[in-house]
Design a protein around this ligand. Structure first.
Ligand code: UDP
Ligand code: MG
Length: 313
C-alpha cells in the first residue's frame, strides 16, 4: 500500500445511524481518489454517541475491512457536542473535518473545501442558503435565534452555519484548548477566529433515519448558545433597575404635585396591583436569568468529564 504524507481525519458523530453509516462510508470512498492525488490519506473517526441500534456493529464491520476506520463509543448519549469533542481529541490528522452521518453535509464539496485550505485558509466552513424540507415553524424560530444572538454576542455566529467544517491542525488545537463544559460549537468556531472561507450550498435532506432534534431540544440548545456566548441577559437586571428608578422618580413628583393641588383621596388600588405584579414579574425574570447562568457555572465548576468512553478502536 502506498504511504501518504498527510492525513485528513473525518469525524462523524453518530446517534442511531446504522442505516446512514454504510451510505456515508460509500460516498466518502468516492472522494478518495482526489485526496490520494493530493497525497492525503483518510482517517475515519466514528463517534458512537450511545446509539440504541446496531451502529457499533456496523462500524466494527467497516473497521475489519478497512483499518483506517476508528471508533469511540460512549457509555451513553452525551449529545453531539461531546461527540464532536471526542472525535477532535482522537483525531491525529494534519486536517480535520466534521461531518454528519446522514449525508446532509455533502461529501462532494470536500475537494473544493480542501482546495481553499491549500490556498492558505485555516478553516473552510459551510452554510446552507435555504432550509428546504424543514418545518416552517422551526425555520422561523431558527432565524429569530440567529437574529438575536448576533445582536447580543460579540462572537460571530452565522445563520444557517453547519458544523461541516474542514480545519487545519492549528485550528483543531485551538478548539481543543477551549475546555468549557457547556460546548456550543457554532460559537466556539467563531470565537477562535482564524482565516475562514465560507462555502454555501442548498439544503440536502437526510439520506436515511430521522432527525435527532426535537423542537424542545433545539430550543434548549439555543438558550445554551446564548448563555455560552453572551452576558447581555445578565445585564438586563441593571437596565430594568435604572429604568424603574427613573419611572419611580417621575411618578413621585407627579403624586406629590397632585396631592398638593387636589388633596389626597385614597384611590388607585387597581393601578397599584398592576404595578406591583409587573415589577414582581420583572424581578423574578431577572433572578431567573441569574439562576440560569449560575446553573451553567455550577456545571462548569463541577468539572465533570464531557463524555465517558466504553470502547475504542
Ligand atoms: N447526533 C449525535 N448525538 C445526538 C444527536 C445527534 O451524535 O445526541 C449526530 C447524528 O447522528 C448526526 C448529527 O449528529 O450525525 C446531526 O444530527 P441530525 O441529523 O439528527 O440533526 P439535523 O441534521 O436534523 O440538525
Ligand atoms: Mg441531519
Amino acid at each position: 500500500m502506498k504511504a501518504y504524507t498527510k492525513t485528513l481525519s473525518i469525524i462523524v458523530p453518530c446517534y442511531n445511524e446504522e442505516e446512514s453509516v454504510p451510505l456515508f462510508y460509500a460516498e466518502m470512498k468516492k472522494q478518495e481518489e482526489f485526496f490520494h492525488s493530493k497525497d492525503v490519506e483518510f482517517e475515519f473517526i466514528f463517534v458512537n454517541d450511545g446509539s440504541k441500534d446496531r451502529t457499533v456493529e456496523v462500524v466494527r464491520e467497516l473497521h475489519e475491512q478497512d483499518e483506517r476506520v476508528h471508533m469511540v463509543s460512549f457509555s451513553r448519549n452525551f449529545g453531539k457536542e461531546s461527540a464532536i469533542l471526542a472525535g477532535l481529541e482522537k483525531a491525529t490528522g494534519d486536517f480535520t473535518v466534521l461531518m454528519d452521518a446522514d449525508l446532509q453535509d455533502p461529501p462532494a464539496i470536500l475537494p473544493e473545501m480542501y482546495q481553499y485550505i491549500e490556498e492558505g485558509y485555516d478553516s473552510v466552513a459551510t452554510r446552507r442558503v435555504d432550509r428546504k424540507g424543514e418545518p416552517p415553524i422551526r425555520s422561523f424560530f431558527a432565524r429569530r435565534f440567529y437574529g438575536l444572538i448576533r445582536k447580543i454576542s460579540k462572537t460571530e455566529i452565522v445563520d444557517g452555519a453547519r458544523d461541516y467544517r474542514l480545519m487545519t491542525r492549528q485550528v483543531t488545537d485551538a478548539i481543543l484548548s477551549m475546555k468549557e463544559y457547556n460546548r456550543f460549537s457554532k460559537g466556539i468556531f467563531g470565537w477562535v477566529g482564524y482565516k475562514t472561507k465560507w462555502l454555501e450550498y442548498e439544503n440536502v435532506e437526510r439520506a436515511a433515519g430521522e432527525t435527532k432534534w426535537s423542537f424542545w431540544k433545539l430550543f434548549l440548545y439555543a438558550l445554551d448558545g446564548i448563555m455560552a456566548f453572551s452576558t447581555v441577559p445578565l445585564s438586563m437586571a441593571s437596565m430594568f433597575g435604572i429604568l424603574f428608578c427613573v419611572l419611580a422618580f417621575v411618578f413621585m413628583i407627579f403624586i406629590f404635585v397632585r396631592a398638593l393641588i387636589y388633596g389626597d383621596p385614597v384611590a388607585g388600588w387597581p393601578s397599584m396591583v398592576c404595578i406591583m405584579t409587573f415589577i414582581g414579574g420583572v424581578q423574578l425574570l431577572c433572578i431567573g436569568i441569574m439562576g440560569q447562568y449560575m446553573s451553567k457555572m455550577y456545571m462548569e465548576v463541577k468539572d465533570r468529564p464531557k463524555y465517558l468512553v466504553k470502547e475504542e478502536f
